[in-house]
Design a protein around this ligand. Sequence first.
Ligand code: SUG
Length: 445
Amino acid sequence: MPTAVEVNFDGIPGPTHNYSGLAAGNLAETRHAGETANPREAALQGLAKMRALAQRGIPQAVLPPHERPHVPALRSLGFEGSDAEVIARAAAHAPRLLAACSSASAMWVANAATVSASSDTADGRVHFTPANLATYFHRMLEAPTTTRVLRAIFADPARFAVHEPLPAAPQFGDEGAANHTRLVGADGRGLNLFVYGRAAFGAAAPGPARFPARQTREAGEAVARRHGLDPARTHFVQQSAAAIDAGVFHNDVIAVGAGSVLFCHERAFAAQDLVLAALARDLGQAFQPIVVAGADVPLEAAVGTYLFNSQMLARADGRYALVAPAEVREHPAVSDFVDRLLASGGPIADVAFFDLRQSMRNGGGPACLRLRVPLTKDERDAAGARVFLDAKLHAELEAWILRHYRDRLAPGDLADPALLDESRRALDELTRILRLPAVYPFQLD
Ligand code: SUG
């Protein structure tokens, strides 16, 4: 069987990146609500991470931002008139709705979809289920554009299946790959771990008391079913409710896995011992858990620094490099822990820190900004559009950001009708750079 290599598709932060405090339970974004953002810096920080990884030889691709403000959504909520009037009326009467329809949250593409490798699926195709993101309105708006973008890139029906998002009801709340981990055994076979915060119909341990559990067990089960995953190689495990209440709104804030390594906090899962025992049984000797004790990294420090929201990238020698947010280095205890981890001679061999502060203030670290897509060479060659990052595309994207993005955006600026025109002009040009078909509502009208 041809081997798949994981391609990181990173979301480009969009021109309306701002701090509006739309996602309760995400402590960073609540703390920074109302601050003035710098969309240009956000996009450049994301692009710098992509370039650095591409230069290390890690396959890297991009996913475009979405059209914001989302005028059709505002119209559906009863605001009428020209596009500029719709925005003016929403700004005057419902600024929170305007903020929700202006969020650049599509940058966190770990929530764009759940992806299954062709070697794991019954029909041998790569399967995608775009996430419905049903918990928050500002995120739910992403699903239709995400579906169109994925269908444009993964258009070949012989190799790819891009499903419809699951029904957007609370019972099927789905936040995509942020709650899914694919591990690999010594035999090269995939093992899929779907993590949920609550069960809508079946029995589950008590859920969180303070913050929403966004992902349901039923959503993961439906995704696994439609992707044709082997039930014997698929686990559905519940997140720790205490962790959700401490700000772990997605599993990728508390755990990351790659190959046969699972790097997680000791309070990641509800029945953690059982989870680790099941993985050890299925992965055998190959399984390498790195479970971090609260005494080393308290839960609050894990959430505060986003240590576990690092990317774990396979090196040529079989060990891993951690791509971590700069906040980890700035926290003395967590930084010391990382130094001890590197010195231990375990599977994590080196760490690179990135300044992703613009995104981090909204609760999005390195791992939130990327969607992992395992592709064989043949599948990669079959992908449409110009999304794989090379030096030329990087240079074009950097120039595009510098041409179109503002360097400050306060929540009050969302009322400015010029922002809509700027954003549409930028995205229209981007679809040409990336050789995408029409994917945005303003292009489809
Ligand atoms: O859904 N923040 C996002 C952050 C998502 C991070 N992704 C992962 N952990 N994979 C969220 O909470 C805030 C946007 C605002 O308030 O404008 C926001 O949606």
